[in-house]
Design a protein around this ligand. Structure first.
Ligand SMILES: Cc1cc2nc3c(=O)[nH]c(=O)nc-3n(C[C@H](O)[C@H](O)[C@H](O)COP(=O)(O)O)c2cc1C
Length: 189
């Protein structure tokens, strides 16, 4: 079971993320939780989020990069859902052994990240990577689509195929989830 925690502040205006999501949405064993559609008022249902995480083997954190970081509702999701005593700390083992994949889109190309004393795109993964590792998760090589400002449909199609084959590969490697029924995915308009 793959859980996609999707954080796009304006899902209906998305091009890149919407396309990626639509490409993988029909895979058996994939559940999508679109945070900004589930919680337009930012009132997160912590229990529902934790239950969804408990069902998953692979947790994907998918979002557009915003100011070199994650959208605010995803940050709040981390703050509230990854509770002490559940995700970390004493008896906090709920996420231990699960896999974590960062799936991110960026407007800039790779040169866009050559700024400051720690240049390069990879350094941006550090807060989420450290969070996942702190919770005992395995950090997988990130999936990134750059240069979305200039992306044509063909480039997006190729990116979607890469995303699909990454998830298919994971499902094939980690057992047949099809028997458990299709996901209760959130629809995106
Ligand atoms: C408020 C805001 C901040 C952004 N900050 C960055 C940034 O720091 N680096 C970058 O490469 N793109 C940045 N972008 C561009 C988005 O990452 C890009 O538009 C998005 O990945 C495209 O995906 P979408 O079509 O699903 O919206 C920003 C966009 C917005 C709206």
């Amino acid at each position: 079971m793959i859980l996609i925690i999707y954080a796009h502040p304006y899902p209906r205006h998305s091009h890149a993320n919407k396309h990626l999501l639509q490409t993988v949405a029909s895979l058996d064993g994939v559940e999508i939780r679109s945070l900004y559609e589930l919680y337009p008022d930012f009132a997160l249902d912590v229990q529902a989020e934790q239950q969804a995480l408990s069902r998953a083997k692979l947790v994907i954190l998918q979002h557009p990069l915003q100011w070199y970081s994650m959208p605010p509702l995803l940050k709040m999701w981390c703050d509230k859902v990854l509770e002490h005593g559940w995700a970390y700390g004493h008896d906090g083992h709920a996420l231990r052994g699960k896999d974590c994949l960062w799936a991110v889109t960026t407007g800039g190309d790779t040169h866009h990240f050559d700024l400051g004393g720690f240049p390069g795109f990879e350094v941006l993964a550090q807060p989420l990577q450290a969070t996942a590792l702190y919770c005992g998760m395995n950090w997988l090589p990130p999936f990134a689509v750059h240069n979305t400002f200039a992306c044509d449909q063909k480039t997006l199609d190729v990116a979607g195929e890469h995303y699909l084959s990454r998830l298919r590969g994971y499902l094939a490697e980690h057992g047949d989830f099809a028997d458990r029924g299709a996901a209760s995915g959130v629809q995106h308009g």
